[in-house]
Write a protein that binds this ligand. Structure first.
Ligand code: GLA
Length: 661
């Protein structure tokens, strides 16, 4: 099994990125060596898309070129995160195995010519992937340059082909045991959908009107398990030859094709890619969201930012160009929240091919450029943070996140198209981020007792076990805030009967929701405390809870909108509408006060991000990022590792990492 952590091998935090030397030649490689030293690069991800070079034809390997690059990198003090190239099968593979090409829900079979064109459930693909992973591990398992294994790249592709259908049926048999149980779970009694043979069941392909929601949810679960199985096959093939840690890079935060909690348990180190899609403070908040999630997926273990951009990502609607200073700020935003370094996609900007216009550490303009200067400054900064390696981050607040609940809000026929998981999670996290509080994500069935406050923003689906766990959490002294439309369905997407949410949670919240009323897009609800809601409202009855605000208009007038229930030793709050951002932010501050949670680093004004990393021996560091336009005095002057001097103030846009006494 794994012997040493990545940072242990590197002797500090990781800095570097995807390195694709096969796009270049000898003089450029020489320059790469020099520039990597200048930028303090100590980890390069190699081979992510190199399948066609490594295995030019089925079963014939060519490792000579990779041997040479690994030797060169090693000699230059750069360790390697060695990837298996399975996200990009070469043309020979798809020509030989056309059945392994992915099929979209409407039946279109894709062709090669891009990347990610494979069906994970196709036996030929799985065999080929395992073989190349095994061959690489056999050759490089003990290579002194290799510090980490990088299986595949961003498992995000889905498929609806016949291989998928066969695998889906096998999965369904295991899950449901019998067709009767499946029919019951999927509610096939309605719309004449009853199955009388397993062979009749298909993945949720294009069809008329709503797809069956149970089928859609089970398909997401099945696919996630299929991905995990594919990951495990490669991981285990590697472990047979290597004692280095193994991971795969997740695309966070908006992709949700996997049960991220399950994946977090399978990897030796959680690794994520992150490309914020908004400028300024919004990018910093998005960074914090992704980073807190990455840390949480590994149960608080150190994790690694595997990819970020230095600047624009070809499509400016998606990822804006970074402002001067963002490279360091975003790098530290991740490290503050537990990342063991910061890597980029990619080292040198391609001069041809699919990602020519994707920014890189060495841009087309070359090293004499703003971007490369900022990259070297960030590399120098990360090198100064050596002592943070292995330290962790703790949080007093958790936001609940469940893949099932996410997928439940993506099926057809929901009560409102305004319901959705990602945006609600973001809003909750953002309000807490604005309040200067570090947040963990947790699953509704996790042990929550260590948190002073738990926020449940989007638990439309809530299992019986989850509802009971939340009841227990409040009874035990926790403060819980549950947002609208919670616990409406169980884990089969069956509606909760007798009033929402699920019974044990109703007990903790002291409310019973009888009816929901969707709010028109042009309408704004006014509550009695002067706050405003949008999108959703509910008719509810208190059953023990006190009413803190009521609806003021229409048929809900006078009915409770915001409630609080003293239950056991804790309090359960229920918010039955979507408050506007400023009002929601104020509510979150009120809850933090009630739960006794202060800013992570007291004495700093809003707009200064501050997170503490703790070492197991009691040492701790405050990582500070000033998102404000003014200079901020520090409450306690301390030694700043970045400047190697005592810091008294933080300039606009400035960063500091304070070693605390
Ligand atoms: C992903 C991939 C990279 C690159 C980036 C572009 O994260 O892993 O190969 O394509 O997207 O932002």
């Amino acid at each position: 099994m794994t012997t040493r952590s990545v940072t242990d091998r590197l002797g500090g935090l990781a800095f570097g990125g995807d390195y694709n030397p096969e796009q270049w030649d000898e003089p450029v490689w020489k320059e790469d060596d020099d520039l990597m030293r200048r930028a303090r690069v100590n980890l390069a991800t190699v081979g992510v898309f190199s399948w066609a070079l490594l295995e030019p034809e089925e079963g014939r390997y060519d490792f000579a070129w990779l041997d040479a690059h690994l030797e060169r990198l090693h000699a230059n003090g750069v360790a390697v995160d060695l990837a298996t190239p399975t996200a990009s099968p070469p043309p020979w593979f798809t020509s030989a195995h056309p059945d392994a090409l992915p099929v979209t829900p409407d039946g279109t079979r894709l062709t090669h010519g891009s990347r990610d064109t494979y069906c994970l459930a196709a036996p030929a693909y799985r065999d080929a992937a395992r073989r190349i992973a095994s061959a690489l591990a056999e050759r490089y398992g003990d290579h002194p340059a290799v510090a980490l294994w990088h299986v595949h790249n961003e498992y995000v592709t889905l498929c609806w082909c016949d291989h998928t259908a066969a695998a889906f049926r096998r999965w369904l048999r295991r899950r449901h045991g019998s067709l009767d149980v499946l029919n019951e779970a999927w509610g096939t009694a309605f719309w004449s959908q009853r199955y009388t043979s397993w062979e009749q069941i298909l993945p949720p392909r294009a069809t008329q009107w709503h797809k069956n929601p149970g089928q859609a949810l089970d398909f997401r679960r099945f696919w996630s398990d299929e991905v995990l199985a594919a990951y495990r096959e490669q991981r285990d093939a590697i472990r047979a030859h290597s004692d280095r840690p193994v991971t795969t890079n997740l695309m966070l935060p908006a992709y949700q094709n996997l049960d991220l909690w399950a994946l977090g348990r399978e990897v030796d180190l959680v690794a994520v890619d992150h490309y914020p899609t908004a400028p300024g403070r919004d990018a910093a908040a998005d960074t914090a969201f992704a980073a807190d999630r990455a840390r949480s997926l590994g149960g608080g273990r150190p994790w690694l930012l595997m990819e970020q951009g230095t600047n624009t990502v070809y499509d400016t609607d998606r990822v804006l160009g970074k402002e001067p200073g963002d490279i360091l700020r975003h790098t530290l935003g991740h490290i503050a929240r537990g990342s063991e370094g910061a890597l980029f996609f990619q080292w040198r900007q391609s001069r041809a091919g699919a990602e020519t216009w994707h920014s890189a550490m060495v841009p087309h303009a070359g090293p004499d450029s703003r971007v490369f200067h900022e990259v070297t400054a960030a590399g120098e900064a990360v090198a100064r943070l050596r002592e943070l390696a292995g330290s962790t981050v703790t949080a007093a607040v958790a936001v609940l996140h469940d893949s099932d609940a996410w997928w439940a809000l993506e099926v057809d026929g929901l009560p409102s198209s305004e319901l959705g998981c990602h945006a609600e999670l973001r809003r909750a996290h953002r309000a807490l981020w604005d309040a200067g509080v570090t947040v963990d994500f947790a699953h509704p069935e996790h042990e929550l007792g260590a948190y002073r406050l738990v926020v449940a923003p989007a638990l439309f689906l809530l299992s019986d076990a989850g509802a009971e766990n939340l009841r227990r959490y409040v009874a035990g002294g926790g403060t819980l805030l549950v947002h609208h439309a919670a616990g409406y369905v169980d884990d089969r997407l069956h509606a909760r009967l007798g009033g929402y949410p699920a019974a044990p949670l109703r007990e903790a919240l002291g409310v019973r929701v009888e009816e929901h009323r969707v709010v028109r897009r042009d309408e704004r609800i006014v509550l009695s405390d002067g706050t405003h809601g949008v999108a959703w409202s509910e008719s509810l009855r208190t059953e023990g809870a006190e009413t803190l605000a009521v609806y003021t208009r229409g048929m809900l007038a006078g009915g409770p909108a915001l409630t609080r229930h003293r239950f056991g030793d804790g309090r359960g709050w229920y918010l039955s509408t979507r408050l506007e951002d400023a009002d929601y932010g104020a509510l979150v501050v009120r809850l933090l006060t009630e739960a006794g949670v202060g800013r992570d680093v007291p004495g700093l004004p809003a707009g200064v991000e501050a997170v503490t990393r703790h070492a197991s021996d009691g040492r701790r560091w405050h990582v500070l990022i000033n998102h404000r336009d003014d200079t901020v005095p520090l409450p306690v002057p301390a030694h700043d590792l970045l400047a190697d001097a005592t810091a008294h103030t933080l300039p606009p846009g400035g960063c500091a990492v304070l070693r605390m006494p």
